[in-house]
Design a protein around this ligand. Sequence first.
Ligand code: FAD
Ligand code: 2HG
Ligand code: ZN
Length: 471
Amino acid sequence: MNTLIDQLQSSIGQAHVLTQGNLEAFEKDWRGRIRGRALCVVRPGSTAEVAAVVKACALAGVSIVPQGGNTGLVVGSIPDDSGQQVLLSTQRMNQVRHIDPANLTVTVEAGCVLQQLQQSCAEQGLLYPLSLGSEGSCTVGGNLSTNAGGTQVLRYGNARELCLGLEVVTAQGDIWNGLTGLRKDNTGYDLRDMYIGSEGTLGIITAATLKLYPQPAAQLTAWATVASVEAAVQLLGLAQRELGAGLTGFEMMGQFALSLVDKHFPDMQVPLWRDNAYCVLLENTDNESQEHARGRFEHVLEQAIAHNIISDAVVAESVAQARKLWHIRESITLAQVQEGLNIKHDISLPISSIADFVAQTEKTLAKAIPGVRLVNFGHLGDGNLHFNVQAPEGVDPAVFLQTHEDAINTLVYDSVKAFEGSISAEHGVGSLKANTLPHYKDPVALALMRRIKQALDPQNLMNPGRVLERS
Ligand code: FAD
Ligand code: 2HG
Ligand code: ZN
């Protein structure tokens, strides 16, 4: 192994091959549930250096785990516990290479932090719309490799829809330059779409060309209360009819989810949660003016009140107030961390089935495990729920997970399947769901995925055991 480390050091510089010291930040998953151990951490500074690392590892038969911001929630970006894998961090590849305002595109390196990219584009009056609670740490490469979603998917699509071109280092260490900014290019199989969402199992994304939009003239946020999931779905339909593409975000938050934010972050002053089963956060953007946007938005909320769809609503009076409302929504994950270990279910369902799914699954869960606490929230506009489970009050979360995690997952995922949903909406599969996937994915699709993996990475050196279980 020393020969490989020597070779890596001579390819990318000794300072960028870490073998000693505290590597915990690279080796531990974001939720703190699992820690692996790497042979070394490499931090290449260019695409050519990534290619050199991959070639050296391929020659030595050593597998590679790519890592961006390490904010993934399905244990895909940390090494296993063998101490034999090379962890490749894209941290140093963080440049915005080129913004093309006329083509409305940006070309950016994979390790660029999402918020940094958003800011660079905003400085030129342009919008890169992908928006996640983790945007201060997650990277463009991680977003594309997981096909991340977030809170603007309703209007702009997920990471896949925002990507026009990729630069990838293949499992053999070749560089594919597919950094096109073309909106139309039907010249064969779509390699870009294959790498997007492949979670580092087919190659390493080193750069991307992404779509931009003009910054909207106005943006308004409202917080409304509803008595049920049915009412939230009705409100979504009404807002879509009235606002069309102006409806850029539609999030639903259950009472217990908000109670956790209130409990752990009392300074945030969560509005209107105590007397309502659910709160909804709506965002409306408008290309005319703030007044125009407000008029249309208030009209929707008035109609919703008149038809008893919502019971109350506040429209943020300023950008700062809107940010506060979004901050509350984005703090649910951290409030869950404060409450203790929990079980995540990042699921999607046809919007028409969501209310029945929630009612039925909630009931079955409560019957199977009395006292279980459901943290139900998510991107309702995309049919994506975070249907998370917290241990009953007073029960040790670690013991609870050890005893019930498998049974709860089976119960929830069986219900998702019965309602024709997916067991991963936006976080991916990683190693957390790799063994579960074969129970829920079409067998022909799985067989095709295995053949693609075999064709592109015959040595199984790119993030093995992620997405597809180890054979
Ligand atoms: P990492 O965690 O480092 O890696 C994720 C996966 O991508 C791993 O399999 C890794 O091997 C692979 N990978 C990383 N970089 C590359 C590369 N350059 N080439 C090939 N493979 C690579 N996700 C959502 O979709 N929507 C949300 O709203 C959302 N909110 C979140 C909120 C919080 C508080 C947190 C902690 C996470 C949230 N996430 C969300 C999950 C996570 O932030 C996303 O999956 C994000 O896209 C991961 O980016 P990253 O750079 O941290 O990737
Ligand atoms: C969100 O939408 C993220 O906030 C995280 O996808 C969801 O914590 C979760 O389960
Ligand atoms: Zn989410």
